[in-house]
Design a protein around this ligand. Structure first.
Ligand code: NDP
Ligand code: GDR
Length: 343
């Protein structure tokens, strides 16, 4: 029997890697997408097959985590074996600008989906995209046993989702798990998260298309891993014998400044020449240091990260150079690229 998965947030970074992983494993994948006035499926277009094709295994459905009735009817008609709740207003800085919306989607949205599973009366396993932001001010290393101390409306909304997922597990015997994931990045990372903002700027500066890079706090420490590896961990959590909560992380932390240095140096540039400070990118309350202890996931799920923050910086710079058509070869200089663009 073909397994069916339902993914909210399929158009996001993680959703796209997870859809790829599940399709490769033979799943039929159903994704929730928001109606937008322009196409928002760029990250999954390469997976799309016309639904009229008898071999199609990826199906997209309009819906929104703010619309509970739609979630109930969708889940009842799809009857998935696994539900992955990846949808969220996921930007921490933006959550200070839009706290109510963030609470509604990133917090209450999770209970809408859990309740939809219950009301649809389906037997399914549920994954909640919990976050290291829940630890906030609790000092590293952070593990499943570390107390939560969120420092943003986003972090607080994720704490609510964490507890409500755990509550549905205990109250209704649902196979519902929290993956507490530390920062994970990739060439598909949204352009306003700091890693991608940096690597994209490196490529544009190298190509002579950008002069400056405006950033906020460079002292924050993050445990950056590679998103393609983290979605494998999500899947493994739902294949376990018992539902449980797991941290996924690399176990090493570097500062934003370190990531900057590695990214610029990889392209033969010195970041000091380009980076400027803009207080708009500061947060009213910052999370100073996140470094995860993922030993439980290694022991129980056999999951381990292999790409650390510095390797990730190099990988992302290469991808961003490729994306603008810049071949990172010594003989291919900026002048050539500019003439290529003009052609
Ligand atoms: P993205 O921001 O890349 O993707 C978020 C997804 O949620 C998009 O598909 C977006 O749709 C969708 N979405 C937003 N609002 C709604 C809504 N109201 N209804 C339905 N869908 C909605 O996030 P990531 O892929 O990076 O992260 C996936 C999940 O994991 C998120 O919940 C995030 O908070 C969490 N997380 C991420 C970590 C990371 O480092 N990446 C670490 C820990 C947790 P659209 O494309 O239309 O905007
Ligand atoms: P984060 O990621 O808040 O950890 O949340 P982000 O990349 O936004 O910030 C990381 C650190 O970089 C500092 N910073 C800047 N950040 C941004 N976005 N833009 C800047 O210009 C800038 N300058 C410095 C920030 O202050 C911060 O300390 C991500 C999201 O994916 C969440 O959804 C997820 O839950 C957590 O990771 C784990």
């Amino acid at each position: 029997m073909t397994k069916k998965a339902f993914i909210s947030g399929i158009t996001g970074q993680d959703g796209s890697y997870l859809a790829e992983l599940l399709l490769n494993k033979g799943y039929e994948v159903h994704g929730l997408i928001r109606r937008a006035s322009t196409f928002n499926t760029g990250r999954i277009d390469h997976l799309y097959v016309d639904p009229h094709d008898p071999d199609a295994r990826l199906f997209l459905h309009y819906g929104d985590l703010s619309d509970g009735a739609r979630l109930v009817s969708l889940l009842a008609s799809i009857n998935p074996d696994e539900v992955y709740n990846l949808a969220a207003q996921s930007h921490v800085r933006v959550s200070f600008d839009e706290p109510e919306h963030t609470g509604d989607v990133t917090g209450v949205g999770s209970v809408r989906l859990l309740e939809a599973v219950r009301m649809a009366g389906i037997d399914t396993r549920f994954y909640q995209a919990s976050s290291s932001e829940m630890f906030g001010a609790s000092p590293p290393p952070q593990s499943e046993a570390t107390p939560f101390y969120p420092r943003s409306p986003y972090g607080a909304a994720k704490v609510y989702s964490y507890w409500v997922t755990k509550n549905y597990r205990e109250a209704y015997g649902m196979f519902a798990v929290n993956g507490i994931l530390f920062n994970h990045e990739s060439p598909r990372r949204g352009e306003t998260f700091v890693t991608r903002k940096i690597t994209r700027a490196v490529a544009h500066i190298k190509a002579g298309l950008q002069d400056d890079l405006w950033l906020g706090n460079l002292d924050a420490v993050r445990d950056w891993g590679y998103a393609a590896e983290y979605v494998e961990g999500m899947w493994r959590m739902l294949q376990a014998d018992e539902p449980d909560d797991y941290v996924l992380a690399t176990g090493t932390g570097i500062t934003v400044r370190d990531f900057l240095e590695e990214s610029f140096a990889h392209a033969g540039l010195d970041w000091h020449d380009y980076v400027k400070f803009d207080e708009r990118y500061l947060r009213p309350t910052e999370v100073d240091a996140l470094i995860g202890d993922a030993s439980k996931a290694e022991e129980k799920l056999g999951w381990k990260a292999t790409v650390d923050g510095r390797a990730l910086a190099r990988l992302m710079v290469d991808a961003d150079l490729d994306a603008i058509g810049y071949e990172a070869k010594p003989w291919h200089d900026v002048v050539n690229l500019q003439s290529w663009r003009a052609a």
